[in-house]
Design a binder for this molecule. Structure first.
Ligand SMILES: Nc1ncnc2c1ncn2[C@@H]1O[C@H](COP(=O)(O)OP(=O)(O)OP(=O)(O)O)[C@@H](O)[C@H]1O
Length: 669
């Protein structure tokens, strides 16, 4: 077209990436790390051997790559495969660029749909929202809009409802009341004219959803598996509680065991007795109330009775701690249920109703962290005669996943429980424990002094605060621990922050602390991915359950090897296992010098540093503060604005979670 002012203009009707055509450009491309198995030195060798033909060789005669020393059949195949993938992904990226989808998500799309990706995007854009983690309904919606799918099409609203429910699950809800969900459909999906009965009928058409009406006529909407799990859990308790009594097994044994009896308070004795007389028992109590001591006594009695006991906890760190404190082996629930050990069906639990666990008494610790799904899998795997003892602190933050199992079981008042209330002398002398209870009761913490295991360092100036925090990690606390090298302190010191973002958030701290503790050095290999530099020696956190690698959300390790050329790193975990990660798996790792309080649940650290600033206002909350404080074993250091500490203590509201478990238990038991 001819523009009046600027002359001839073009309109682009298609866009294609062309591979670089000069030798220099080709080598640069090859050396960039985009292709797996090729780094700068292999790039040089490839160019020297094939010159401008290098791309043709990769595409049409990959076997020729093997003529280069160091490239065997496997590596040659990997390079050729990676080149092919790269070409597909590039075509896909051209298509995706107008939707604001970057390379990482583009790669995920490619991994999910392969060469079908563009076709699916064009014809069933809403599939993306459910199939590809990281691409939500919003992005799928943007694509659908440009394809001309109407705003109020049933297809769109159905995908939107599933998305809203998924969001609710991510926020910890098991279901949504129909009215709240309907309101969200109208506002968040922007279909204000939709009627309730239309929405209701759309929900019933979605096979993934279940709509349930309770006795009072209230409607709840579930993603179907969650309703089934909630029903299963309620039925399990009904069968246990209403089922034939299993008798009182160990009365004489307990009463005649002086070593047990003389050690325990009457509350603890009651817990021990009930653990052997009821098929299921909840044992709760705050820090220092003797939960672990009670578990030890129960184990001792069980041993005398010849009962087989099985101990487990929701996370690896919690299981490790349970082993340390009781002296009895404990596993994660995943390991206990033998995740992924089913022939030909990776990702399944090998233990379930048809192949239950062996054992007489199952003791599960840190139950506050159990979500509905995990609890369901656990109950399903217990043998019919198995007794269950659930131990936890109801004031800890609830599980990351949906549900609030411990709270619901207690609220239902249908499950036998013992609450330990006495804080024992040794624990009373601890300011960590005292301050934890102060927080719980809404009282200001005591600042603490030299002799105490908890102190609060108030600061007014945030620049000064940053310096102080770095100084604590770099010099003051390593000196306290009598460590020569602050690098070693990383195992002992854990910074916990309420939020990821912001000046005093986890991400920035991780950056600062990496520079302070494990800075760049010549010869120390590193690799950059998703804006993070991973360096040999870094402390890293696994952020999701990865059964195939046998590593789980919350596991902490240390990077022991980095291969930038091949896009790999190796992490050593505390049980001396090394795990390899490829470039596309790096997103499941983060630095762990600092982590969120949520992620720290169920773990303990010798020293905890807790930055508290008003910037975190929305998360300054009693339960959060309490959870963070009780993670410290030897020392808790709170650094920050007094107003922020006061605000956290004053804010007791606990986010409500939609679940019908308590109600269901009341109805059924
Ligand atoms: N009956 C008791 N008499 C005297 N001391 C006790 C008694 N029970 C527990 N203790 C002591 O109280 C302290 C805390 O006990 P324990 O570790 O069992 O509590 P806990 O509830 O598991 O604590 P936390 O949740 O903080 O780990 C320990 O030093 C323990 O020896």
């Amino acid at each position: 077209m001819q523009h009046s002012q600027y002359g001839k203009q073009f309109e682009a009707c298609s866009l294609e990436f062309l591979p670089p055509s000069t030798q220099e450009g080709m080598e640069k491309f090859l050396a960039s790390g985009l292709l797996r198995g090729v780094g700068p030195s292999t790039a040089k060798k490839l160019m020297a051997a094939f010159g401008e033909r290098v791309f043709q060789v990769m595409e049409h005669s990959p076997q020729d790559l093997q003529s280069i020393p160091g490239i065997g059949p496997a590596k040659g195949e990997k390079i050729a495969q990676s080149y092919k993938e790269h070409q597909h992904v590039q075509r896909l990226m051209v298509f995706l660029q107008s939707y604001g989808i970057g390379l990482a998500l583009g790669l995920k799309l490619y991994r999910t749909y392969g060469e079908e990706a563009i076709r699916i995007l064009q014809h069933q854009p809403y599939r993306l929202a459910t199939d590809v983690s990281g691409i939500g309904f919003r992005t799928a919606d943007k694509i659908a809009k440009t394809l001309g799918i109407p705003h109020d099409s049933p297809e769109r609203i159905r995908a939107g409802i599933a998305y809203l429910l998924q969001q609710a699950l991510d926020d910890g809800h098991v279901c949504m009341p129909f009215d709240s969900l309907f309101a969200k459909v109208r506002t968040e999906l922007q279909v204000p004219h939709l009627h309730a009965d239309e929405a209701f009928s759309l929900m019933q058409q979605i096979k993934e959803l279940a709509v349930e009406r309770d006795a009072t006529g209230r409607l709840s909407v579930y993603l179907r598996p969650y309703l089934a799990m909630e029903e299963y859990v309620a039925q399990w308790f009904f069968d246990k509680i209403q089922g034939p009594g299993q008798g009182f097994a160990g009365a004489e044994c307990i009463q005649h065991d002086q070593s047990v009896e003389s050690l325990l308070s009457s509350e603890q004795m009651q817990a021990v007795t009930e653990a052997f007389s009821t098929p299921v028992l909840i044992l709760t109590g705050g820090p220092g109330t003797g939960k672990t001591t009670t578990i030890r006594a129960i184990l001792q009695v069980a041993l005398q009775l010849g009962w087989q006991t099985v101990l487990a906890a929701p996370t690896g760190r919690a299981a490790k701690r349970l082993t340390e404190t009781t002296g009895a082996p404990a596993k994660t629930i995943h390991r206990l249920l033998e995740y992924g050990q089913v022939e030909g069906a990776g990702g399944q639990f090998a233990r379930h109703a048809n192949h239950p666990l062996d054992g007489d008494l199952f003791i599960i610790d840190e139950v506050s962290m159990l979500d509905l799904q995990m609890f369901y899998y656990l109950l399903r795997a217990l043998p019919p005669h198995g007794r269950l003892l659930l131990v936890g602190d109801q004031n800890q933050l609830p599980s990351v996943g949906p549900g609030q199992i411990l709270k619901d079981l207690l609220d239902s008042k249908t499950v036998p429980s013992v609450t330990l209330t006495t804080v024992f002398r040794q624990a009373q002398a601890s300011l960590i424990v005292e301050n934890a209870y102060r927080v719980l009761h809404g009282q200001m913490i005591r600042k603490g002094g030299r002799e105490d295991n908890c102190f609060f360092l108030p600061v007014h100036d945030l620049d000064q605060m940053e310096q102080l925090l770095l100084e604590l990690v770099r010099t003051r606390l390593p000196a306290f621990l009598q460590l020569d090298d602050p690098y070693d302190s990383y195992e002992h010191i854990q910074v916990l922050a309420p939020m990821r973002k912001g000046r005093f958030g986890v991400e920035r701290f991780n950056h600062l602390l990496q520079e302070a503790i494990n800075p760049f050095a010549h010869g120390k290999r590193e690799i950059r991915a998703q804006g993070i530099t991973f360096r040999i020696g870094d402390k890293v956190l696994q952020t999701k359950n990865e059964y195939e690698k046998d590593v789980f959300n919350g596991d902490i390790g240390r990077i022991v090897d980095v291969d930038a050329e091949d896009g790999r790193m190796t992490v050593l975990f505390p049980d001396q296992r090394t795990v390899e990660y490829e470039q596309h798996e790096f997103d499941m790792l983060q630095h762990a010098y600092a982590m969120t309080i949520h992620k720290s649940q169920g773990s303990e650290y010798p020293i905890v540093i807790l930055p508290m600033v008003m910037e975190h206002a929305i998360l300054l909350q009693r339960q959060m503060f309490y959870t963070a404080l009780t993670r410290a074993r030897r020392l808790a250091v709170i650094v920050g604005q007094e107003a922020a500490v006061k605000r956290a203590i004053a804010t007791s509201k606990i986010a409500h979670r939609y679940t019908n478990l308590a109600e269901r238990l009341r109805r059924e038991c």
